[in-house]
Write a protein that binds this ligand. Sequence first.
Ligand code: COA
Length: 345
Amino acid sequence: MPEQTIGIAGIGCSVPSTVLTNDDLEKLVDTSDEWIRTRTGIQTRHVLGKDETLLDLAVEASRRALEDAGVTAEQITDIRVGVNSWFRFPSLATRLQEVLGALGSSASDVSAGCSGFIYGMEDAYNKLLIQKLQYHRDGVALVVGAEALSHITDWSDRNTCVLFGDGAGAVVLKATDRGAILATHTHADGRYGPMLYSDPVNGSQRGDNGEWFVRRESNWPFLHMQGRKVYPVAVETMVREVRAVIDKYNHAADEQIGIEDIGYIYPHQANLRIIESVAKRLKAPLDRVYTNGVVRYGNTSTASIPLGYCDNRDHFAGGGSTPRLEIDVAFGSGFASGAILRRVG
Ligand code: COA
């Protein structure tokens, strides 16, 4: 294995306290708990309350990650936030920077669909490497995936409203002995844009008059998806990304690894059936694949992979005992996709 030291030194997450069950959704649209469970695996999702904001989630997750890594906000040199539900400027990353007091850092958002966290990790990692190799400086990056998808969901569209949830996950990337990033790979195919996009149309949205769900004319872009068409491309692309990141690592490493050497996979949590199909195609045993997130949180887009780290916190915290190789893999609008090969412990 090549010597690498930049890795995940701390993790933190935050989900809103309000939980929407499948039974709750039965009261909103023509659906059923049975349909949602069998088609998606989703049982609950968390949504922002009317006094909570996406920034609140991002701040809480980030503070937890900083504390976990034992670094202060002043030490951060770079902030990258993967987000699809912040339709304004300045960026969510700069708002986060101000609240945290990380004023010595650069900060920007990453727009890459549900792969925004992976893209953010790749960018931040490459920057840290360049700083280290070229300028002999150790930087500290904060990489966040944060979403308020409930704000861009059309709550009258049963095709999409059952699928998504809100949440945020953050990691601190720096020189660490807790693990290392070994390889990253990203790709996009803009031809698929019309299958999964957001656009301002009328619909039913979370209200600003105190009601949870109201029907109103809206200038916010709603999310649209041709789920049946997206599904097979999602499976095929995630399988390809896993193989691509392993190939990339093997190209530069002395030792060759295969999928059988991967101890654990964190796939983007869009749909349990997609995850199961990816695992089957890779011949990866399902007990080595993270699936809990989609069941508990639904599809939280850029937040789904770091939320998985927090669900497996014991492993991250005690990573020293048994080193293992892990892969994160995501797919989303754009169709932007990506994967990261990491060593934990
Ligand atoms: N409750 C009940 N029925 C629903 C429903 C709901 N919430 N949503 C859709 N249906 C209906 C459809 O209208 C359709 O009815 P019809 O045959 O009369 O037209 C029927 O269920 C079957 O729809 P279909 O699209 O074949 O279902 P599916 O098995 O493909 O599952 C998805 C739908 C959305 C769950 C699935 O396609 C999927 O997960 N796609 C990937 C989407 C995704 O996660 N993308 C994000 C990538 S980041």
